[in-house]
Write a protein that binds this ligand. Structure first.
Ligand SMILES: C[S@@+](CC[C@H](N)C(=O)[O-])C[C@H]1O[C@@H](n2cnc3c(N)ncnc32)[C@H](O)[C@@H]1O
Length: 403
C-alpha cells in the first residue's frame, strides 16, 4: 500500500478533533469524507478505516510512540507512523516520518502486547470491570473481537421486497451479499460498499442493522393485529422491524424521551412504508401511565453502556466513565419497573441491551423478577450474545410473560 499525503493529512486532522476536542468519531469521519469530491471509494475507505483503527488502538499506539494526551499534531503523526509500521506499510520520506524507529516500534509492540489492556487498548477501569463480570478467559476473547471491524449487515424490509429480489438487485450493482444462518431477513455484504446511495435504500427496501440487533424484534413474538409498545424507540431500528413482522397490521406505539429521535423515526417509517407506527414523545409520566395494562407486547430496548457495540463505536472506550454505567443501571431498573406495567395480563415483554455486562442484563432481569411489580412476571427465555462467539454485536435479550 502506498500512502497518499492528502488522505493521511485528513486522517490526522480528524484524530486531533476526536482525541483533543471530544468530537464523535462517526461525525468526524462523515465530515472528512466530504472533504474532496475526487476521492474514490478506496480513498474514502482508507480515511475511515485508518481513523477508526487509530481510535481503537489509541492506548497501544500512544504507548509505543511514547506520547501522552493531549496530543499535538506531531504526536498524532508519530501514532500514525506506529499504525503504518505495524501494518507493514513502507513509510514515505515525508518530514513527519523522519527518524521513525521502525525496529523499536516492533519491539515495543511485542513487549506491550503481553498486557491485555494495552494490547487491546482498553482503559484500566473498563478492562477490570469486564474481567470481573465476564471472567478472564471470556473477556480476553471478547476484547479482541470488539476491536474487529464490523461487517455490514442489511435487514430486508419485507413490507417492500423479498430477500431474493434484493440480493439480485444488489448483485446487479456489483454488491455481493450472502445469507446469514438463523437470521431470516439478513443479508451480509461480502465486501464493504456504500449502500446508502442505492435506489433500493432510498426506496426503503432495506435498513442497515447488525445481525444481533435483528434478533430483538423477533424475540418479542409479535403478530399482525397486536398492540405493541416500543418504549425506548429512538430513531426506530427495532420499531421498523416490528412493523414489517406485523405486516403493517395492528398498532405500534413508539416512545422516547427525545422528540428529535422520534422525528427521525417518522422519516424512516415513511421511507419503509410502515404505516402502523404512532410516535409519542414522553414529556410527562402521564404518557406512560395511560398505557398501563394496555399492551399485548412491550419492548424495552434499554439505554445501556453500549459495551457490545464497540466495534462500530470505538471512541466510546475513551469517552465513557464508570459513573455513567452506574447511572444507566439505575435508569434501566426504573424503566423495567415502570414500563413493564404497560403489559396486559398474559402479554409479553422483551428487555434488551447492546451490553455484554451481566450487571446490565441478566442481573437486572433477576432483580426485577424479585421486585413487587416483577412478581407478576416469569422469565420465558433469554439470550446472551457475545461478539467473539457470534461474529455480530454483543447483545442481551430476555422474554418475560405477565401472568
Ligand atoms: C438503545 S437506544 C434505542 C435504540 C432503538 N430502539 C433502535 O433500535 O434504533 C435506547 C433509547 O432509549 C431512550 N431513553 C433513554 N431514557 C429513556 C426513558 N427513561 N424512557 C424512554 N426512552 C428512554 C434513548 O433516547 C434511546 O433512544
Amino acid at each position: 500500500m502506498r500512502l497518499h499525503k492528502n488522505l493521511c493529512f485528513a486522517t490526522v486532522d480528524g484524530l486531533l478533533l476526536i482525541f483533543n476536542e471530544g468530537h464523535y468519531a462517526d461525525k468526524v469521519v462523515q465530515q472528512l469524507l466530504k472533504r474532496d469530491k475526487r476521492w474514490g471509494s478506496r480513498d474514502r475507505g482508507f480515511v475511515a478505516e485508518t481513523t477508526y483503527d487509530i481510535v481503537r488502538w489509541k492506548r497501544l499506539y500512544a504507548e509505543i510512540a511514547e506520547v501522552k494526551e493531549p496530543f499535538n499534531r506531531d504526536e498524532i503523526w508519530r501514532m500514525f507512523a506506529v499504525w503504518a509500521t505495524l501494518k507493514g506499510i513502507t513509510l514515505p520520506d515525508w518530514k513527519y516520518f523522519e527518524n521513525t524507529p521502525t525496529r523499536k516500534i516492533k519491539g515495543r509492540f511485542d513487549e506491550l502486547s503481553k498486557t491485555r489492556k494495552i494490547k487491546e487498548s482498553f482503559p484500566d477501569w473498563m478492562d477490570a470491570l469486564a474481567e470481573k463480570e465476564l471472567g478472564e478467559k471470556i473477556w480476553s476473547k471478547e476484547a479482541t473481537a470488539l476491536n474487529q471491524q464490523a461487517d455490514v449487515v442489511l435487514r430486508v424490509n419485507t413490507l417492500k421486497t423479498t430477500k431474493e429480489k434484493l440480493k439480485e438487485e444488489l448483485f446487479d450493482l456489483d454488491i455481493e451479499t450472502e445469507e446469514v444462518p438463523k437470521h431470516v431477513n439478513a443479508l451480509k455484504l461480502v465486501e464493504r460498499a456504500n449502500v446508502f446511495t442505492t435506489d433500493m435504500f432510498q426506496k426503503g427496501h432495506f435498513e442497515v442493522q447488525d445481525g444481533s440487533s435483528q434478533l430483538v424484534a423477533e424475540y418479542l413474538e409479535v403478530e399482525p393485529g397486536m398492540r405493541v409498545v416500543d418504549t425506548c424507540a429512538g430513531a426506530g431500528g427495532k420499531t421498523l422491524h416490528l412493523a414489517s413482522i406485523m405486516e403493517n397490521k395492528g398498532q405500534i406505539i413508539a416512545l422516547d424521551i427525545y422528540a428529535n429521535k422520534l422525528k427521525e423515526l417518522k422519516r424512516r417509517a415513511k421511507r419503509a412504508g410502515a404505516h402502523n407506527i404512532e410516535p409519542r414523545h414522553i414529556d410527562s409520566t402521564k404518557v406512560i401511565k395511560k398505557l398501563y395494562d394496555q399492551a399485548d407486547r412491550v419492548l424495552i430496548d434499554a439505554p445501556c453502556s453500549g459495551l457490545g457495540v464497540l466495534r462500530r463505536n470505538p471512541d466510546a472506550k475513551w469517552k465513557m466513565q464508570p459513573e455513567f454505567i452506574e447511572k444507566i443501571k439505575e435508569t434501566q431498573a426504573e424503566i423495567l419497573n415502570s414500563y413493564s406495567r404497560m403489559v396486559k395480563s398474559g402479554g409479553k415483554l422483551v428487555y434488551a441491551t447492546c451490553s455484554i455486562l451481566p450487571s446490565e442484563n441478566q442481573e437486572q432481569v433477576a432483580k426485577f423478577l424479585a421486585s413487587d411489580n416483577g412478581k407478576e412476571f416469569s422469565l420465558v427465555k433469554d439470550k446472551k450474545i457475545l461478539s467473539h462467539q457470534s461474529g455480530f454485536d454483543g447483545f442481551y435479550m430476555a422474554l418475560l410473560e405477565r401472568k
